[in-house]
Ligand binder design. Structure first.
Ligand SMILES: [Mg+2]
Ligand SMILES: [Zn+2]
Length: 186
């Protein structure tokens, strides 16, 4: 049987990319605390229109730390999907574990990306990751994705970063990162 054609995808971190980063050591514990970054739905729509699947990959150790129940995390994601409407994500992968559990899914492990690639028939070589932390980039690189670091306070240069955290590109916001992905995938 011939294998199905594979999709291209953009993998997105959640806190700091889709919604406002709640701060180091802080967690979004309830959907009332979930605040979208500017123009997220519009930018996701541009990627979808170009044929990309949209996949969320997020560490949510607030669950493993006992700060929130898994049901609360699911409520946050259900609400996020409702509000994204036509820009709804095609897949949501999360690690709920405490860092000390040494699970296989927690970033920077590429496990969540590998699962999504299998579930959704994704070709990682034609796919991208957008994240706001070195750990995101390390995961994306390990999975063979092209990577963009996206956050307001960027390091002065890629060379100034620890080698394993170095992305292909730096952007101050999601919109220019999406511009780059669209230009590169033409
Ligand atoms: Mg983040
Ligand atoms: Zn995990």
């Amino acid at each position: 049987m011939p294998s199905a054609p594979k999709h291209k995808a953009v993998f997105l971190d959640r806190d700091g990319v889709i919604n406002v980063f709640p701060g180091d050591g802080k967690f979004v514990l309830h959907y009332n605390e979930f605040i979208f970054m500017p123009q997220v739905a519009e930018n996701l729509a541009r990627l979808r229109a170009a044929g990309f699947l949209l996949v969320l990959v997020t560490n949510q150790s607030g669950v493993g730390r006992g700060l929130m129940k898994l049901e609360a995390l699911h409520e946050i994601h259900d609400r996020m999907q409702d509000l994204l409407a036509a820009s709804k994500l095609d897949g949501i992968y999360y690690c709920p574990h405490h860092p000390d559990e040494r699970c296989r899914c927690r970033k920077p492990s590429p496990w969540m990306i590998e699962r999504a690639a299998e579930d959704l028939q994704i070709d990682c070589a034609r796919s991208f990751l957008v994240g706001d932390s070195g750990r995101d980039i390390e995961m994306g690189r390990a999975a063979g994705l092209r990577t963009a670091l996206c956050r307001e306070n960027l390091p002065p240069s890629i060379e100034a970063m620890e080698p394993r955290y170095r992305p292909e590109k730096l952007f101050k916001a999601l919109a220019p990162a999406v511009d780059w992905i669209l230009a590169e995938s033409r």
